[in-house]
Design a protein around this ligand. Structure first.
Ligand code: NDP
Ligand code: MG
Length: 397
């Protein structure tokens, strides 16, 4: 029996890589459903190639011509806000790959685990916003949550070499992003074009900007805490420019296990879609016939202050992850629009977190409301410049 895969966000960077993985393992995997927000032409082309039973368009109305092409294929089309949840609940789905960007993925993550389906999770935001809820439902229904994020996939693989109770620390690696070698003052004032030039990975805009500020690593700290039930003291971050060691796990006896592979998201995607089996490589392998250099150094917190906020979210919990995420989405949008400097993204997140009274055990409905109200608060903070910048950012403002 082939596994039937639902890909939410199939027109994105992870989504298109996932379609490549599915196509190359057509003996084991088949596409059941796809979704896009607004790139409907790309979705129609994907449907023509991969023949899903259902597709969803969440951000706009397809044109008559697009509808006609989909109906010629016999594909059912879902539209609007509830469409992702509809795909996540499809009776015949085996695995739901959640590859949409942002808090838009939260309700689909909850629906997937509620339905007892395997959740292959690229959308880290759903755990950052509602990790306690998603993981507790998954424990109740027995749904597996398998990480696609390369660091968490590495941790998932490394953890298998010991008992869960023997894990002492998880060490997440970070590339340092596009601006890691730029002098700090210049990096804090980098343009969107500079910040979007990631040295190693080719990814969507949000995660690429987040890599330059390490907001991405802060989101990943929170994601790891939920996925692997870790305290903030059990998580460390190390800068590893080559992005070959995707993360490490240290066990009680001091042995550290690492996962290595050339940077290519198709490997962690394949791992999650075929777990617990491993099958032939789609992504390239390590070549040790050439010299391989691996560097590790501690992060500079003046360059990456978001890391400390990530740890704070893990320590304080409750609704704070939702606030961190919503503020980061608003701030990134403002940066991409040229309204703020790169070095102002984290101060905006801080100011938004400071203005929030943490709710300890929020319901999903409360979190969705907090997401909305935080976006409004963060937009006001951006408009009124109601945040404190560091001396480095202030230097030439
Ligand atoms: P992209 O921006 O490339 O793709 C996002 C996908 O989600 C697209 O299909 C997009 O549709 C859809 N989408 C956008 N907004 C919405 C919305 N409001 N509602 C529903 N669907 C929406 O992102 P990535 O593929 O880079 O990232 C996806 C997720 O995976 C993120 O959470 C990211 O952090 C995570 N991730 C990504 C990695 C990577 O290598 N790219 C690595 C590790 C994690 P449309 O095409 O119409 O815009
Ligand atoms: Mg990652």
């Amino acid at each position: 029996m082939r596994r039937r895969i639902v890909i939410l966000g199939s027109t994105g960077s992870i989504g298109t890589s996932a379609l490549d993985v599915v196509a190359r393992h057509s003996d084991r995997l088949e596409v059941l459903a796809l979704s896009t927000h607004s790139r409907v032409d790309e979705l129609v082309e994907q449907a023509e190639r991969h023949r899903p039973a259902v597709v969803a368009v969440t951000g706009r109305e397809p044109t008559e011509a697009q509808r006609a092409r989909l109906s010629a294929l016999g594909v059912k089309v879902l539209l609007g806000d509830d469409a992702l949840v509809g795909l996540a609940r499809l009776e015949s789905a085996d695995v739901v790959l959640l590859a949409v960007v942002g808090a838009a993925g939260v309700r689909a993550a909850v629906a997937t685990v509620e339905a007892g389906r395997t959740l292959a999770l690229a959308n880290k935001e759903s755990l950052v916003v509602a990790g306690s809820i998603v993981m507790s439902i998954a424990r109740r229904t027995g749904a597996a949550v398998l990480p696609v994020d390369s660091e968490h996939s590495a941790v998932h693989q490394c953890i298998r070499s010991g008992q869960r109770s023997e894990v002492s620390r998880v060490i997440l690696t970070a590339s340092g992003g596009a601006l890691r070698d730029m002098p700090l003052e210049k990096a804090l004032r980098a343009t969107p074009a500079e910040a979007l030039k990631h040295p190693v990975w080719s990814m969507g805009q949000k995660v690429t900007i987040d890599s330059a500020t390490c907001v991405n690593k802060a989101l990943e700290i929170i994601e790891a805490a939920h996925l692997f039930e870790l305290s903030s003291e059990q998580i460390e971050v190390v800068i590893h420019p080559q992005s070959i060691v995707h993360s490490m796990v240290e066990f009680a006896d001091g042995s550290t296990i690492a996962q290595l592979s050339p940077p290519d998201m198709r490997l962690p995607i394949q791992y999650a879609l075929t777990y617990p089996d491993r099958c032939d490589a789609v992504a390239p392998r390590m070549d040790f016939r050439k010299a391989v250099r691996l560097d590790f150094h501690p992060p500079d917190l003046r360059r990456y202050p978001a890391l400390e906020s990530g740890f704070e979210v893990v320590r304080r919990g409750g609704s704070l992850g939702c606030v961190f995420n919503a503020a980061s989405e608003v701030a990134t949008e403002a940066f991409l629009d040229g309204r703020i400097l790169l070095g102002e993204i984290h101060p905006i997140i801080r100011a938004t977190m400071q203005g929030h009274a943490v709710v300890d055990h929020p319901t999903l409905t409360q979190l969705l409301e907090i997401d909305e109200s935080t976006r409004r608060a963060a937009r006001d903070i951006v408009r009124q410049k109601a945040y404190c910048v560091t001396p480095e950012v202030a230097a030439k403002t």
